[in-house]
Design a protein around this ligand. Structure first.
Ligand SMILES: Cc1cc2nc3c(=O)[nH]c(=O)nc-3n(C[C@H](O)[C@H](O)[C@H](O)COP(=O)(O)O)c2cc1C
Length: 336
């Protein structure tokens, strides 16, 4: 499958593994890239820019194929040294930077000067157009279904993706709610040039999260997520558990961030991922978990997503009129 995204990123398949805090480490990113997708290491999972460079080197030992780094810039009381991370990314030898959270304009000259391809992740057509205006190479547009921050517009992919296709001149990938080949096929038909997946890649062999978290994703359905921080206009989609429900309750009753600060602490989320106690804190996961029924190797996800997309597109075009090559119930065509 060649699309403007595979051409731009120099990859074989139009499948990207989005940046994920605590999850996007060398093994996962390298496995996705090695299988022909684009794997992305998450910059801020590394405590310092020097650690990030070392993590990229670790991934480089596992694959010679294109790699990316995600840099998420969010307003915080005690911000990390973003400019130092950007310089480290520019010098690290990765081919792609995925920016998210804020406008990457202040860093564009440095990034383009270093020869990086800039992929900006956003959640609305107007932000995608802004990114296009400031010169990013491609955008990744996250629909309401996504894990993490879906924005405040609540536009699901079925509308957001074709709306972006109508508006944008640069290549773009659809993100949020994609977990199998039917999603990739749909994204392409709606006008995107590939997909970005987070939750699906979090539930793979190379993902560093505890087995209990992967088992929870397999167990949980599409209804088992919660939107927190709505009243603060900083919405995040996380797993439904006692902690996330308590955060929603406190804020709905008029509470402020200070009232939930301890509940939402990053250290608690890290405990979930490292120790496997899914009730220890809040943790990002998307509605796509309702489509996830196994814990495959990340490379197998890339390969089977592409294979199933080809199958369903062929069936839809009538080349496989009785659909016999495709079991849409559980995506079992994927494991053939
Ligand atoms: C555990 C987890 C952590 C994430 N952390 C980040 C992050 O630090 N920065 C970011 O831009 N996106 C982050 N995301 C969002 C993903 O990159 C991606 O946009 C999203 O997962 C797409 O939706 P999906 O989960 O339905 O595939 C995270 C997602 C997950 C599941």
């Amino acid at each position: 499958m060649r699309t403007p995204i595979t051409e731009l990123l120099g990859i074989e398949h139009p499948v990207v593994q989005g940046g994920m805090m605590w999850v996007g480490r060398a093994e996962l990113a390298a496995a996705v890239s090695e299988a022909g997708g684009l794997g992305i290491i998450t910059a801020l999972t590394q405590p310092t820019p020097a650690d990030l460079v070392a993590e990229v080197e670790r991934a480089r030992r596992l694959t010679g194929k294109p790699l990316g780094v995600n840099l998420t810039i969010l307003p915080t009381i005690d911000p990390p040294p973003y400019a130092d991370y950007v310089r480290a990314i520019a010098d690290s030898g990765v081919e792609v930077i995925e920016t998210a959270g804020a406008n990457p304009e202040p860093f564009m000259d440095l990034l383009k000067g270093a020869g990086l391809t800039v992929l900006h992740k956003c959640t609305s057509v107007r932000h995608a157009l802004k990114a296009q205006r400031i010169g990013v190479d491609a955008v990744s547009i996250d629909g309401f279904e996504c894990a993490g921050h879906p924005g405040e517009d609540d536009v699901p992919g079925l509308v957001l993706v074709p709306a972006a296709a109508d508006a944008l001149d640069i290549p773009f990938i659809a993100s949020g709610g994609f977990a199998d080949g039917r999603g990739l096929a749909a994204a392409l038909v709606l006008g995107a040039h590939g997909v970005n997946m987070g939750t699906r890649f979090m539930c793979t062999v190379e993902s560093p999260v505890a087995d209990e978290v992967k088992a929870a994703i397999v167990e949980q359905g599409e209804l088992d997520t919660v939107l927190i921080f709505r009243p603060l206009r900083n919405t995040a989609r996380v797993a439904a558990n006692e902690v996330s429900r308590e955060v929603v309750r406190l804020l709905d009753e008029g509470g402020e961030f200070a009232d939930v600060r301890e509940l939402v602490a990053g250290s608690r989320g890290r405990t979930v991922f490292e120790q496997g106690d899914t009730e220890a804190g809040i943790w990002s996961v998307g509605m796509a978990q309702g489509l996830i029924h196994d814990v495959p190797a990340a490379g197998d996800v890339v390969r089977r997503v592409v294979r199933q997309a080809e199958d369903v597109l062929r069936a839809a075009l009538g080349a496989d009129p009785d659909g016999s090559g495709v079991d849409q119930q559980r995506g079992s065509a994927l494991s053939r």
